[in-house]
Design a protein around this ligand. Sequence first.
Ligand SMILES: [Zn+2]
Length: 320
Amino acid sequence: MIGLFVTIIPLSLSAVTAPDSRLQIRYIRQGDQKYIYLRDVATYYGMECFVWKDHTVLSSKYSKLIFYSDKRSAELNGVSVSLLFAPFTRGIQSFINYADFLYTVDPLLRSAALIGQKPKVIVIDPGHGGKDKGGAGTHFAEKNIVLSMAKKLSTLLQRQGFRVVLTRNNDTTVSLQQRVNRARSVKADLYISLHANIAADKQVSGVETFCMTPAGTPSTYSNSPSNNKESGNLFDQNNMALAFYIQQGLIKRTKATDRGVRRARFYVLRNVNCPAVLVETGFLSNRNEESKLNTNWYQNLIVRGIAEGILRYHRRLIHQ
Ligand SMILES: [Zn+2]
């Protein structure tokens, strides 16, 4: 008889095509979200995949990625990175959200995921200033510490041949909108905002680097996605790569606690029209870290870490 050839497509054959590849990456749906098979992600990058009960490891000669089941914090090449959604494990399979594949993992493992020319003009934005002191430690104010760091970072980057513009050169009040306008008017290729942190818990210390949250996903401190697409979202992949290399450089140089790459929709990250990060260089509420943050030697370690991160990002851009 004819006509009995029925094609049965199991649910697990739902697949997306991987970028720049014909490889199909299988996914399952959870509500309105796509979660893709980590084993397929491993195949795509030519990595091995080991699925354990509470974590999954993807490894190759060059990279090691650790995803923890039901936790939004992953460890990617030795750096803590906040994921957009928690991965999970079902039997012998584990899954990450498709957005984390596109916006968190792919920018770190595949240069072609990044867009644009190599950066030439870098805007450094020392947070606060003038009437706005920012966070206050026992002795030192955030606005002064970050200005001092910004000047040191500027010197380092100029030595590497970049043109550097500061959003303020002295202790003046500058609005967030003025900072963004400045970056736009000088046609910034990168925007680096410098801050220092305050926490109610005085034991908390360490560095963290924020980049813009992709549209349709939640920020690190939130569970509810926002669908608004902002100018900062034109560079989602580049933002992630820049934040990652800066955080990696900072950890390497300062040996501070790695609080990770995080996502937030801060005004400056939302509105600049180039890849951008906001670096929280340490906690003024922690006595030990506060006194270090005010020293030249520690500020030099911080700016060296950031500059090395920028250079690493620069080398990753394959165009031009
Ligand atoms: Zn601040």
